[in-house]
Design a protein around this ligand. Structure first.
Ligand SMILES: NC(=O)c1ccc[n+]([C@@H]2O[C@H](COP(=O)([O-])OP(=O)(O)OC[C@H]3O[C@@H](n4cnc5c(N)ncnc54)[C@H](O)[C@@H]3O)[C@@H](O)[C@H]2O)c1
Length: 353
C-alpha cells in the first residue's frame, strides 16, 4: 500500500482552505497571511465594494465576489471577517450558518447582545471562533506575561494602561470612525492584554469620557476616556485618546505599568522592550525584544490566523476563545454605560443582557 492509499499524504499535505470577508486595510492582510501560510490555501475574497474585492482577488489570483453568500457556498473551512467594528455580526452569523470556522477582527462586536448571539451560535454549531488580538503573539507582551505569571513582580496590585492614536486615525484612516471610537478600536486590545497578563477577570468599571473635539468635526466618537476597573484581586486604570496631535512621531502610543506586591514592569511601546524592577528576584533590567520586530515574524502579529489554521488541521481549541472576545465587549459596553450614567457599572450584568 502506498502513502496515498494509506491517506498519509492527505494528512501531511492537507491545507486549510480560507476566505476573507471585508478586504479593506486589514482584510487584505488577512488574505496575505493565508496566502503566505504554507498550511493554508486562500480560496476566495469578498467585499461589498466590488472594486476592492476585484483588486485583492487579482493580487492573490483567487476568485472574488461582492456577495457573501458565495463565500458561504465556497469550499472555505475558515472565514476571516474584517469588516468595520460595527459590522461584524451579520457576516459572522451567516458564515456560522454556512458551517465555517471564524476568525473575526477585534472587537468581536460593539454590542454585547450581538457578541452573545455569535458565541451561542458557534457553540450550538460546534464551530471554532477566535478574535484577532494579535498582541498576544507580540514578543514584548508574551515576555511581560511570562514575567508576571512566573511571579517576578509578586501579586498584581495596580495596573496602568494607555493606548492612544493620533487624530489622523479617526480623521483620515477610518471612514467609519463615528460608528466606533477609541474604546472599541483600542481598548479591545488593551483590556484583553491586561486580563491575559495578570490572569484575572474584570468585574466593575467606572469611566469618564468626553465627546467634543471629534464631534465638532462631524465624527461622533469619544475624544478620550479614562476608566477604572476592578479585577478579581487588583485594579487598573485604562486610558485612551483619539486626539493625539498628528505631529506626534508615532500613530499609536502605548504605555503599560504593572505594579506588583514585590516588583514593577514598565513599558513604553515607542522605545520597545520593557523595564523590570523586582525585589522578588533582586534585579533591575531592560528586557528585549523591541515591539516592532514582531511585524516581521509570521507567528506573531497574524498568530490568531495561523493558530486557527493549525486548530483546523491538528485539532485543539484556539488560543483566544470566543468567550475572551465576549468578555472584552462586555467590559467596554459597561464602560460606555458608566460614562452615560456617571455610575460604576457591573460588567457581569452586561453578560446577562
Ligand atoms: N488587529 C488589529 O490590530 C487591527 C488593526 C486595525 C484594524 N482592525 C480591525 O479590522 C477591521 C477592519 O478595519 P479596516 O481598517 O480594514 O477597515 P476598512 O474600512 O479599511 O475595511 C473594511 C472593508 O469592509 C468592507 N465591508 C463593510 N461591510 C461589509 C460587508 N457587510 N460585507 C463585505 N464587505 C464589507 C468595506 O467595503 C471595506 O473594504 C475593524 O474591525 C478594525 O477594528 C484590527
Amino acid at each position: 500500500m502506498n502513502d496515498d492509499e494509506k491517506g498519509l499524504n492527505d494528512v501531511t499535505d492537507r491545507k486549510a482552505k480560507a476566505a476573507v470577508i471585508g478586504v479593506g486595510l486589514i482584510g487584505e492582510q488577512h488574505a496575505e497571511s493565508y496566502f503566505e501560510n504554507p498550511r493554508a490555501e486562500l480560496v476566495m475574497v469578498c467585499d461589498m465594494n466590488p472594486e476592492r474585492a476585484r483588486a485583492v482577488g487579482e493580487r492573490f489570483g483567487v476568485p472574488w465576489t461582492a456577495d457573501m453568500d458565495d463565500v458561504g457556498k465556497s469550499e472555505a473551512e475558515i472565514v476571516s471577517v474584517a469588516t468595520p467594528d460595527h459590522a461584524h455580526c451579520s457576516p459572522v452569523l451567516a458564515m456560522l450558518d454556512a458551517g465555517k470556522h471564524i476568525v473575526v477582527e477585534k472587537p468581536l462586536a460593539t454590542v454585547t447582545e450581538e457578541a452573545l448571539r455569535m458565541v451561542n451560535l458557534a457553540n450550538r454549531k460546534n464551530l471554532m471562533m477566535t478574535v484577532n488580538l494579535g498582541n498576544r503573539w507580540n514578543p514584548t507582551y508574551t515576555n511581560i506575561r511570562d514575567s508576571v505569571q512566573s511571579g517576578e513582580i509578586g501579586n498584581p496590585v495596580m495596573t496602568y494602561s494607555r493606548t492612544s492614536d493620533t487624530i489622523w486615525v479617526p480623521r483620515k484612516m477610518l471612514s467609519w470612525a463615528g460608528r466606533s471610537g477609541p474604546q472599541w478600536f483600542l481598548f479591545a486590545h488593551t483590556m484583553d492584554l491586561v486580563r491575559w497578563i495578570i490572569g484575572q477577570e474584570a468585574h466593575e468599571v467606572y469611566a469618564i469620557g468626553e465627546k467634543k473635539i471629534l464631534k465638532s468635526e462631524g465624527i461622533d466618537a469619544y475624544d478620550a476616556i479614562q476608566a477604572m476597573v476592578r479585577f478579581d484581586d487588583s485594579f487598573a486604570t485604562f486610558e485612551t485618546s483619539w486626539i493625539v496631535p498628528e505631529a506626534f512621531p508615532h500613530i499609536v502610543e502605548s504605555l503599560l505599568t504593572l505594579n506588583g506586591s514585590n516588583g514593577r514592569i514598565q513599558l513604553d511601546g515607542a522605545n520597545g522592550g520593557f523595564e523590570l524592577s523586582s525585589d522578588q528576584v533582586g534585579k533591575h533590567m531592560y528586557a528585549r525584544p523591541s515591539l516592532w520586530t514582531y511585524f516581521k515574524l509570521p507567528y506573531t502579529w497574524w498568530g490568531a490566523l495561523r493558530n486557527m489554521v493549525d486548530c483546523v488541521l491538528d485539532g485543539g481549541e484556539p488560543a483566544i476563545t470566543a468567550a475572551d472576545g465576549l468578555r472584552v465587549v462586555a467590559m467596554i459596553e459597561a464602560m460606555e454605560r458608566s460614562i452615560e450614567t456617571r455610575q460604576p457599572v457591573t460588567i457581569d450584568s452586561r453578560l446577562k443582557a
